[in-house]
Design a protein around this ligand. Structure first.
Ligand code: ASP
Length: 343
């Protein structure tokens, strides 16, 4: 049997950082330093190659161009490798995972994103274990010899999560990620226990298709008690804006003041697509439950159901990036494209 062939794409993040001797703050460092700190990797009987960002970045500096770079690296090497491991900072990892899940259409191979809370050079680092487990997941096959994971997923500490369902939950703990509305895809213990019925299965005969355009004219707006009409109107009148993720209360509720509904309705009439996503970490939008939710639907706001803000934001970027008009975008928001929402 051929050895599994895995490509590591190192973008940066805490996992490969070192301390700046002057400021004592952590800054990204190169891949050789990272890999030298994981000698155990040689015990895996895999063929491992790598590509690294020049320079590696803190993921707070992640943007659409970098997503395109990661997607292109995967597409260019797709036929040659069995799986891909993306090393990434935790701060925007869930956005990248969501974006890639849309950009990489018909994905049939694993794209496992991981990083760590402590740099790999530190004694108590979580990076070594995360990297090794991510490589093992990227190499895992099912009883037919097909890739076990055929989607973009985040591996962190004890769990494998669907990428576009994940959110960073903790700045302190090793189990930093969670998908609040979808169960884990695998549990990491003595063995890696996969839950096959939760994993996405794409048609293996369809070739990988990559969407390289992500439209950045998207906004995230959180409502809050005491918000003024001028703040809201200012946001809704942002030049060139095409889509807004509106973060509402509870089950998708928002104020029913006349000025609020009128401003939202006018924006919808101008062709801006507004998707309703709850501020709650768990559960989703059900606008029929309260009058304050019904008003949102009547104003033309699309329900985001149980989608995360990361997935909603990147889905709008992806759909507008395809050149779709507002009505087409709204139709796609009501569908699950890669397991990001419960329909
Ligand atoms: N600021 C870091 C980053 O996102 C945090 C981390 O990697 O955990 O790049």
């Amino acid at each position: 049997m051929a050895r599994p062939k895995i490509l590591i794409i190192y973008t940066g993040g805490t996992i490969g950082m070192i301390e700046d001797p002057n400021t004592h703050s952590l800054k990204p460092f190169d891949f050789t330093h990272l890999i030298d700190n994981v000698p155990k990797i040689r015990k895996l009987d895999y063929e491992i190659d790598n590509i690294q960002f020049h320079p590696p970045i803190d993921s707070s500096n992640m943007d659409t161009e970098r997503w395109i770079e990661i997607a292109a690296n995967i597409a260019d090497n797709y036929a040659e490798y069995d799986g891909f491991v993306v090393l990434h900072g935790t701060d925007t990892m869930a956005y990248t995972a969501s974006a890639l899940s849309f950009m990489l259409e018909n994905l049939h191979k694993p794209v496992i994103i991981t990083g760590s809370q402590l740099p790999i050079g530190e004694v108590r680092t979580d990076g070594e274990e995360n990297l090794i487990t991510a490589l093992q997941i990227a190499a895992a096959t099912d009883s037919h010899g097909d890739p076990m994971v055929q989607e973009v997923a985040i591996l962190f500490e004890d769990y494998l999560w669907r990428g576009n369902r994940s959110t960073k939950m903790s700045a302190d703990y090793f189990n930093a990620f969670k998908s609040n509305n979808y169960p884990y895809l695998a549990k990491i213990g003595l063995d890696i226990q996969f839950y096959k019925d939760r994993l996405l299965r794409n048609n293996a005969h369809r070739p990988l298709k990559v969407q390289y355009n992500m439209d950045r004219n998207i906004m995230l707006f959180s409502i809050f008690p005491g918000m003024t009409e001028s703040t809201l109107r200012h946001a809704l009148n942002t030049p060139d804006i095409k889509g807004i993720v509106l973060r509402t209360y509870g089950a998708g509720n928002a104020p029913t003041y006349d000025w609020f509904i009128k401003a939202i309705h006018e924006a919808v009439e101008r062709g801006i697509v507004i998707i309703n996503v709850t501020q709650c970490v768990n559960g989703g939008v059900n606008t029929e439950r309260y009058v304050t939710g019904c008003a949102m639907s009547e104003a033309g706001v699309i329900s985001g159901g149980d989608i995360t803000i990361e997935a909603a934001t990147t889905k709008l970027m992806y759909l507008f990036g395809m050149g779709l008009d507002s009505e087409q975008v709204k139709n796609y928001l009501n569908c699950s494209l890669s397991g990001e929402v419960t329909i």
